[in-house]
Design a protein around this ligand. Structure first.
Ligand SMILES: [Zn+2]
Length: 387
């Protein structure tokens, strides 16, 4: 009976909301407190908690009465009762996080993303990573409820199809159904874009957790941005993207992008693009990181390249600020380093082009979730979908 109820979408939503309230109340809230905290009707809270107890996800802690009246019975999460996997397929690296429903992290893993060479090798590789991640924590397999995939590329989340991942060689229209991975692993799988997973990770676990209007910016091989607006995650679909700033057209940029268009922001400012530009203009710096170090040391050519990249980045980020009026903008990705020449000049250029009154309305920060930001967002997605 409980498992039938669990598959009803509104039941999953109630369960998620109640578990979130238990977690944020630090396992001290009673059924009545949870009814007040969530605004869910008393009857539904009562039934949902019974179901969660039957499912082993929460337990009642019977504590002695404090004074007169009925004893306060707090509901607490049972650690390790259910697990969720978040896998973030980045342009260069793939990160995996295994966590339980209390979001205690059990396993973290980071491996290089291979260049795409066909559907079967892709699923073979992903299945092996998931197997590797799971093998590092011993628990009954049935406790794994689902996998959230975050993909640096285009994802049709509504139909669970990976459409492209230009930065690791997955061309537009490849259309890989994630059900293939689900069949292989025998587990439910959902996918969203890395940009959406990043901002969702930040919204739940980052420095500005709970900030209803939040923008994240990823400066890596790809350049993308995610938004939470009014507490809602904005999810990209292939033909109606959100935060697609890497593919905004810069009028004076002649370079051709991995997407096929000429002039995209990312075709200049993206990490792989900067490495190519460095190879053309300053062959001693072979990577974006080396170019950044040369600029910081005063190399005029490196500075010229990166100041242009910074001015492009600023246009993309300023557009997100103008569109979504965030209270916080959180940067992540390999090129977002406090001491980085490109990062510092991106912020400087951004503040330089925003109207004065706009500059007062938001805070800029670097993620504290590190390289696992999007993997955490993907794990959260799996939790919300497959609890
Ligand atoms: Zn492009």
């Amino acid at each position: 009976m409980a498992s039938d109820l669990r598959t009803e979408p509104h039941c999953v939503a109630n369960s998620v909301q109640i578990l979130d309230a238990i977690r944020s109340g630090k396992n001290r809230l009673s059924r009545k407190d949870l009814h007040v905290a969530t605004g869910i009707s008393w009857g539904t809270v009562y039934r949902t908690i019974d179901m969660l107890i039957a499912d082993g996800l929460v337990a009642e802690r019977k504590e002695g009465p404090s004074g007169r009246g009925r004893p306060n019975i707090p509901i607490s999460l049972v650690p390790g009762a259910a697990y969720f996997l978040g896998v973030d397929i980045g342009a260069c690296q793939t990160k995996l996080v295994l966590c339980d429903h209390a979001f205690n992290i059990a396993v973290k893993l980071c491996v290089p993303t291979p260049r795409y060479s066909g559907e079967e090798p892709f699923w073979d590789w992903l299945e092996a990573i998931i197997g590797d991640g799971l093998s590092r924590r011993s628990f009954p397999r049935e406790k794994l409820r689902g996998v959230g995939l975050s993909v640096s590329g285009n994802v049709d989340s509504e139909n669970s199809v990976i459409v492209s991942g230009g930065n690791f060689g997955l061309k537009w229209g490849a259309d890989l159904p994630v059900s293939r991975l689900a069949q292989r692993c025998g587990i439910s799988v959902r996918a969203i874009t890395t940009s959406a997973a990043a901002v969702w990770g930040e919204y739940w676990f980052g420095e500005f957790a709970g900030c209803a209007n939040l923008v994240t910016v990823g400066l890596g091989a790809g350049i993308g941005s995610g938004a939470v607006s009014g507490g809602q995650l904005l999810i990209s679909q292939p033909r109606r993207p959100i935060g697609y700033i890497g593919h905004m057209l810069m009028p004076d940029n002649p370079r051709v992008c991995v997407c096929g268009y000429r002039g995209c922001l990312e075709s200049y400012s993206g990490g792989n693009s900067l490495a190519l530009i460095a190879a053309e203009r300053r062959p001693t710096a072979r990577s974006a990181a080396e170019l950044d170090a040369a600029a910081a040391a005063g190399d005029a050519v490196a500075q010229e390249i990166l100041l242009k990249a910074a001015s492009y980045n600023a246009v993309g980020v300023a557009s997100m600020i103008q569109l979504y009026s965030p209270e916080a903008v959180v940067f992540a990705g390999g090129q977002s380093r406090e001491d980085g020449f490109l990062y510092q000049h991106t912020i400087e250029a951004l503040l330089g082009i925003l109207p004065h009154e706009r500059r007062q309305t938001f805070t800029i920060s670097l993620t504290r979730l590190g390289e696992y930001q999007s993997a955490m967002g993907a794990a959260r997605l799996a939790y919300e979908k497959f609890l």
